[in-house]
Design a protein around this ligand. Sequence first.
Ligand code: ADP
Ligand code: MG
Length: 417
Amino acid sequence: MAKDVNLTRQLKHYFGFDKFKGDQEAIIQNLMSGHDTFVLMPTGGGKSLCYQLPSLLMEGTAIVISPLIALMKNQVDVINGLSEETGVAHYLNSSLNKAAVQQVMDDIRSGRTKLLYVAPESLNKEESIDFLKSVKISFYAIDEAHCISEWGHDFRPEYRNIRPTINKIGDAPVIALTATATDKVRSDIKKSLAIIDAKEFKSSFNRPNLYYEVRQKSDEVDKQIIKFIRQHEGKSGIIYCLSRKKVEELSEVLKANEIKAAPYHAGLDSATRSQTQDDFLMERIDVIVATIAFGMGIDKPDVRFVIHYDIPKSLEGYYQETGRAGRDGGEGLCIAFYAQKDLKKLEKFMEGKPVAEQDIGRQLLQETAAYATSSVCRRKMLLHYFGEEYTQDNCHNCDNCLHPKEKIEAGKALLIV
Ligand code: ADP
Ligand code: MG
């Protein structure tokens, strides 16, 4: 059928790209033929286009559920920038006033709006449901779908209500997208969205350009980090710490050492945070010291290093955070500092929490500790965590492959004796 040719032409027409990346075309065809679709693709793989292009080609408005207001605004600006017409994309969230909401509704009713970005809590509102019931919905896209799962790294309770809300508004195909590929998260997403039969498109999660290293954390950690940054002067990097206090402290230490650094965490007001983010994007600062509040949706292609000052709470989170390095395919150095002491501290934090949550938390933490203390190829371990088998003996881009620890093989040891 001429359908394929057509899609490529539409891709060029709307986005200016010559060809599809990875499974994009097959994904779009599956969705456009009315089937539920599940996309597992690492960060930077090109997930947005999998719903943006079909929304422009299909009748009605596509509802895109996305967790962050900043992300929505950015994507809406991009889509509207592609077209001469106004109101092709809109967002609906708590930042809009009454008049703005009215404009959005008018545009949707007129049929010109092809994409409506909503935060799940706005979608769940009675007014939204009543209004959306009365218009044609082409499909529902659930971006960052791992937010549904407590096994993911960014659980949002409101994401649990998506299926009931869809049922109230009116059924249409669902496309769920995430860069999280663990089995538990995958099955939670399918169950919660009731898309058990969705066709799955999973691409490889290997990022060959990322270098992984784990260092034993000592009292010299600050010094080591300063030395590392000096060796990579002028390069952009992110340093993740677990607590806001540590973020502030480390950022001060770096500044005192004439490194252009700034702190970022959820305790800072939003103006400061967006200023810091801009400064980083515009390279007025080199290093962001942050809690995990920093990163989702930040598309700086040339982040050259991601350092974990403290052991991350899960390997899943670790993979996502390191994934922000080297999005352009260039160098990305990912260094994690590990201390047994930190592990104990994290376990202690969990004690006050509900038992089920503690169990999940402990298990995730143990997997991270196993990763940190292993002498197996880091890439192999990370990919294994995502259910992917890495078959090469040596990845040539992690500490364990480049500097193998001495392995004492039982058989050989016996022979020597
Ligand atoms: P993800 O959501 O999977 O992290 P994005 O949707 O943000 O990824 O896309 C990452 C980058 O890839 C964007 O800069 C986007 O413009 C680009 N991109 C997507 N599809 C294509 C394509 N077919 N050809 C070239 N670039 C693409
Ligand atoms: Mg995305």
